[in-house]
Design a protein around this ligand. Structure first.
Ligand code: DWN
Ligand code: SAH
Length: 406
């Protein structure tokens, strides 16, 4: 059995999704026969409660100079990060001449708000193409992976940080111990580490298994983060649930004893206990719900196909790579996936090789059904696709179960 990445106890898998390609590895036909695959499988550590991948992909295969995901592609996410930055400035960045660091800063979607306010800031972003986009919009960015060494080096060059931020990135970093050591080394004594990630409680309650893919090494809960942070003399001082990415949790962390702990922390601990997040049986049940979701989706798509309906995909998300490969959905069931990201268009989906086409193709000739692979942006998408619905088109979602959206 593989060893837990956090506490080294043996961890068994509760599910395997089988052979899986790189989630964001949209590719050209010339590369089909040298596509990389690994086994996507997930385990729950009964000792430290961390849900995690039990086979890892080398980060350099995922984060490089042609990373496919540009954060600013969603208008709602841009608004969300404006508000995240505002909250950090208001509550935690109150000292004179503050310094803010963000890891996984991508195209600068959040840090630009610190940059335009004239505050000292630094993005740490290993994917060179998105880092270049951030620099082009005035966000100071270094192109590297953050680790312990980076924490020491940044402190030496820029001084200690008031706030260390991350969104949808901390769960991407396999060595959490060196990460936290780096954060500790870089933060002022009363500095804060604020990060938000897809929340395990939402994944379990919605059976949103598509959050599981190579980049997401961990599926955090308060219960699993608490002992990990304690080993490094840090603690969670506040928890703020978010609706983004299908349900996320924002954790505010400080050095132990440096700041008061909000009441919400104990309340969330209780809720997690009540939800059974610390019970192995919860994950066995989750596996059964995931298998049912797969079977229901495949049956529905086959039925529609047999009835002569046209079905396309909406949003070539990383998450869709797990769904299409696990369910065995190819272009026989989903004609194409439309996406607004220029770098994904004209390529093919990882593993199942469904054509990824510009958004215009969807509008030119509406399908009968569109599988909402970007279900986490459902509000934004449904609001702007009134014409599709008026033309008789319907969205299919598989969260929290497979259904045609009303
Ligand atoms: O954690 C991660 C999150 C933040 O972003 C990364 N590991 C990778 C990535 O995950 P994802 O690809 O599942 O993220 P999204 O935000 O669900 O991707 C949405 C996709 O849908 C993008 O390719 C853009 C596209 N899209 C579209 O075509 N029309 C999105 C919207 C809102 C639209 O209206
Ligand atoms: N924060 C953005 C981007 C999330 S995608 C948002 O929420 O939209 C994850 C990002 O983390 C990618 O841009 C990737 O290049 C970056 N990343 C991955 N490993 C990292 C590491 N060790 N240090 C810093 N950034 C990392």
């Amino acid at each position: 059995m593989p060893a837990c990445l956090i506490c080294a106890a043996p961890v068994g898998d509760f599910i395997s999704f089988g052979r899986m390609p790189i989630a964001n590895g949209f590719l050209m036909p010339a590369d089909f026969d040298r596509e990389f695959f690994f086994e996507l499988k997930t385990g729950y550590c009964e000792r430290c409660h961390m849900v995690q991948l039990t086979e890892l992909v080398d980060p350099s295969k995922m984060f490089h100079d042609h990373y496919a995901y540009f954060s600013s592609i969603s208008v709602r996410m841009a608004q969300h990060f404006a508000s995240f930055a505002g909250m950090v400035r208001e509550r935690y960045v109150t000292a004179a001449d503050p310094f803010v660091v963000e890891v996984g800063s991508n195209d600068g979607i959040m840090l630009q708000h610190f940059a335009t306010a004239g505050l000292r800031h630094l993005g740490v972003e290993p994917s060179a193409n998105v880092a270049a986009a951030a620099r082009a919009s005035g966000v100071r960015t270094v192109c590297r992976f953050f680790d312990e060494e980076a924490g020491h080096e940044i402190r030496k060059e820029y001084g200690a940080a008031d706030a260390f931020l991350g969104a949808n990135v901390i769960c991407h970093i396999p060595d959490m111990h060196t990460l936290i050591k780096g954060v500790r080394a870089l933060l002022k004594d009363d500095g804060v580490f604020v990060f938000e990630e897809p929340y395990l409680g939402d994944i379990v309650s919605k059976a949103s298994y598509d959050q599981i893919y190579d980049e997401h090494v961990y599926y955090f809960s308060l219960q699993s983060l608490t002992p990990l942070l304690a080993q490094h003399e840090m603690e969670v001082i506040d928890v703020l649930p978010q609706t983004t990415h299908g349900g996320s949790m924002r954790y505010v962390v400080a050095k132990r004893g440096a700041r008061p702990v909000a009441d919400g922390v104990a309340a969330l601990r209780e809720r997690e206990r009540a939800m059974g997040l610390m019970l192995p049986a919860t994950y066995q049940e989750l596996r059964r719900r995931i298998e049912k979701s797969r079977d229901d989706l495949v049956s529905l798509l086959k039925e529609l196909r047999a009835a002569g309906k046209r079905v396309t995909g909406y949003g070539a998300t990383s998450k869709s790579t797990t769904v299409t490969n696990y369910c065995g959905i190819g272009s026989d069931l989903v004609e194409f996936i439309s996406d607004t990201t220029p770098g994904k268009q004209g390529r093919y989906s990882p593993g199942t090789h469904i054509p990824v086409v510009p958004y215009d193709r969807f509008v030119e000739r509406y399908p009968d059904y569109a599988v909402l692979f970007a279900w986490n942006h459902g509000d934004e998408i449904v609001a702007k696709e009134q014409a599709f619905r008026k033309a008789g088109g319907q969205f299919i979602s598989y969260v929290p179960n497979v259904h045609v959206m009303a």
